[in-house]
Ligand binder design. Sequence first.
Ligand SMILES: Nc1ncnc2c1ncn2[C@@H]1O[C@H](COP(=O)(O)OP(=O)(O)OP(=O)(O)O)[C@@H](O)[C@H]1O
Ligand SMILES: [Mg+2]
Length: 266
Amino acid sequence: MTETATTSDVKADTVLRLEDVVVERGGRQVVRGVSIDVTPGEVTALLGPNGAGKSSLVLAVGGVLRPARGSISLGSDDLTGRRPERIRQAGVAVVPEGRRLLPLLTVRENLGVACYSLTRQEAKTGMSSALELFPELQKRLDVAGRLLSGGEQQMLVLAQALVSQPKFIFIDELSLGLAPVVVQRLLPTLREVAERGVGILLIEQFATVALGVANRAYIMEGGRIQFSGLTSELKKDPSLLHSAYLLRGSVGANGGAAGQSAPAAG
Ligand SMILES: Nc1ncnc2c1ncn2[C@@H]1O[C@H](COP(=O)(O)OP(=O)(O)OP(=O)(O)O)[C@@H](O)[C@H]1O
Ligand SMILES: [Mg+2]
């Protein structure tokens, strides 16, 4: 295992830290002692094949599943086993797999739902900052969720997570089912969000998308972290990705999404 990623230059009290997290589902451990740091201002990738336990870990961070062991903390704030609402209040937003939005409500109404715990002023600021990142949604405010393209739906769930102006955002399978051109539209926006100081954990089954945008990466397999380090190391040594079945098609040398062959649904 290579360990060169460092968070020592970032104040420890601002890092979202998962330590030795164990999650059980259906009576067996599906996350088996995972430690991950998510640093403000950075995109961190969590890669892993089908069934690795990525989504289970995300659900534990979001307060949907209670870890059987280990801790999730933001500085001195212990978030382990807290309720989803409490975790959101701490500034941790989770975009779960599957782009769940309310299909009969309009874009504006879906964003309004995401603002329910905010003051009127917070909602106003959060909404305009989210729409500034996704001007496409501005034009679609009165359109029902179900009529949006796959790319617009992904923008809407991201915007819903961003309205509360979180410090951290976990995004489970950003690229799933989206055409490469749509994914390429979203990546610079993620970088922009990170540059504003937000810590992003980008969870992907295939490496091509995440390596184009992330500074650091973790590879998870069978519920455990098998690699953690800088994405530059993974780009230099793609055998690490091949051995974990994380490459699909051919990966460009720059780690862009050229080899991404997800079905076009954008
Ligand atoms: N509701 C559930 N009850 C019991 N076991 C589950 C449940 N959901 C998932 N699992 C199991 O937990 C393990 C980890 O699944 P998880 O969905 O966390 O993996 P993943 O890395 O997100 O995979 P994918 O890339 O397919 O999204 C798998 O073996 C899966 O079968
Ligand atoms: Mg998953």
